[in-house]
Each structure stands twice: as C-alpha cells, then as structure tokens.
Design a protein around this ligand. Structure first.
Ligand SMILES: Nc1nc2c(ncn2[C@@H]2O[C@H](COP(=O)(O)OP(=O)(O)OP(=O)(O)O)[C@@H](O)[C@H]2O)c(=O)[nH]1
Ligand SMILES: [Mg+2]
Length: 257
C-alpha cells in the first residue's frame, strides 16, 4: 500500500463509545493493514470528557492520535481538520467513520478492498442491494433516503447513498479538493465531497453496508443540519465550480459486493 491508511473518528460527546470504537477499529485495521495504520480522533471539546478518554487511548496505543478543537462546529470542519492532519503525515488512504457504532468497523475491510480493486473513493452505502438500515422509524428513513434522492437528482449523480459518512478516500481525491472552498457543515458535507470527487473524474464505488442506530449516547442530527443540506445542495450545482481535475464524468459510480 502506498502510505498508511488513516481512520478519522469525529467525536462530540461520545464518552460512552470512544474506547470501544477505537478498540474495535484497531483490531480490524491491524489485520487489514499489518504494515501500519493510524486512528485519529477529532474531538470538538466535548463537555462529557471524550477528549480526556481519547488522550488516554493515545498514551496507550502508538497508532492513536487526537486532534482537540475548541469549538463544536459541525462534522464538516472537524473532518477537514482531520484530513489535513493525515495528509500532512503521508497518509495513503483516509477513512471516515461515525464513532457511535452505526457503522460496523468490520466493514472497513470491504472499503479498503474496494480501493485495492480500483476505486478512488469507496462509499459505505445503505441504498444499494445488500445495504440497509436497522432500527430506524419511518420518519428518519424518509428524511435520509429522501435527502439522498433529492441530492442525486439535483446533482445528476448515480450514487445512491450521498449522505452517508462511512468512506475511504485515496489521498489523491482529497488532494484534488480545495478544503478552503468547502462550506458545508452537516450532511451536506458528505454530499459535497462525493460530488466533487465524481466531477473531478475519480472512480466512486458504492459498497453495501447495514447501518445500525446508535445504541449509546445522543444523536446530533438536527433539523438545522437537514435544512442546510436542502439549501446547499442546489448551490453545489449552480454556484461554485468543482476543482479542476480530469474532465468530469458526470454520474460515474459503481456498486461492489
Ligand atoms: N468533532 C465533531 N464530531 C461531531 C460533530 N457532530 C457530530 N459529530 C460526530 O460525528 C459522528 C456522527 O454524528 P451523530 O451524532 O451520530 O449524528 P448522526 O449520525 O447524524 O445522528 P444519529 O445517528 O441519529 O446519532 C459521531 O461520531 C459524532 O460524535 C461535531 O460538531 N464535531
Ligand atoms: Mg450516528
């Protein structure tokens, strides 16, 4: 592998989950990338002490690092800070995963396999055959699936799950995106990054995953985050231009099992 894989774990009040998610991810990555990997926790000053627990994990394991940010500013800026940190340290691949066990750490292997199979960006996808959602009520399901459909139609993409946050980027994909011009904070952030990758001509592949509702801790999903996505998605299309890479191949996307 050219460069180590880095897993970025954004946290805000995940004291009940952080220890277990780091242990589970570490176990999976030690097998998948025996030559080395890193886990970077990006904590936005969680009042529940997640940052302190994260520091303890970093002291315990040389593959864990922590980025402390003072302000809770949404998942988008937290991820961008994590990406910058990982790219500056020669990451070959950068992965995103929620820290609440909604994403199964075992699926990291399948994302990495998709990259090894030629994907530039592998997306954990709930809305392709074999993927799905457990424990969600009708409203939550409607908001999420409706949001993905809305973004897909607005942006003329073929990607089925645009709002998911379980991803693996080849470093070149992140290098092609000008972080300073990324404006989204919540779900729109996931849409924006995938849209830019497709527009820059990268090979985006969907890998089916089953998403579980968080078992511990509180959701940070809010109507404000959903509204931001409704409002920002059309602007991604009509407003700013995506970064210049190879000629755009609008809508390119593939599903792997
Ligand atoms: N650093 C940082 N992490 C955040 C922020 N908001 C959410 N997160 C983390 O991002 C991940 C996804 O957030 P969730 O709270 O699960 O939000 P969600 O997935 O939209 O909602 P639920 O699944 O219903 O809980 C979790 O690991 C959160 O702790 C933030 O502002 N800053
Ligand atoms: Mg969650």
């Amino acid at each position: 592998m050219p460069g180590e894989p880095w897993l970025i774990l954004p946290t805000y009040n995940e004291a009940e989950n952080i220890q277990a998610i780091v242990a589970a991810a570490g176990k999976v990555l030690a097998q998948a990338a025996p030559e080395g990997f890193r886990v970077l926790i990006v904590d936005d000053g969680s009042p529940d002490g997640t940052g302190r627990i994260a520091d303890g994990l970093a002291a315990e394991h040389d593959w864990v690092q922590v980025l402390h940010r003072t302000e809770k500013n949404g998942i988008g800026p937290a991820y961008l800070a994590g990406f910058r940190h990982a790219l500056d340290r020669e990451a070959g691949y950068v992965m995103e995963m929620d820290s609440d066990f909604s994403h199964d750490p075992a699926d990291l292997v399948r994302l990495l396999t998709a990259i090894e199979g030629g994907a530039d960006l592998a997306l954990g996808s709930r809305y392709v055959p074999g993927g799905g959602v457990e424990d969600w009520g009708l409203l939550r399901r409607f908001v999420s699936e409706g949001g993905s459909t809305y973004a897909r139609l607005m942006l003329s993409l073929r990607v089925r799950d645009l709002t998911g946050g379980f991803k693996c980027f080849r470093r070149e994909v992140l290098e092609a995106i000008h972080f300073d011009s990324v404006r989204s904070h919540g779900y729109a952030f996931q849409v924006e990054l995938t849209y830019r990758a497709v527009r820059a001509g990268f090979n985006v592949v969907e890998v089916p995953i089953v998403f579980r509702d968080r078992q511990r801790g509180q959701s940070k999903m809010s109507w404000r985050i959903a509204a931001e996505a409704m409002w920002l998605v059309p602007q991604l299309r009509h407003g700013r231009q995506p970064p210049v890479g190879q000629p755009p191949r609008a809508g390119a996307a593939r599903v792997v099992r």
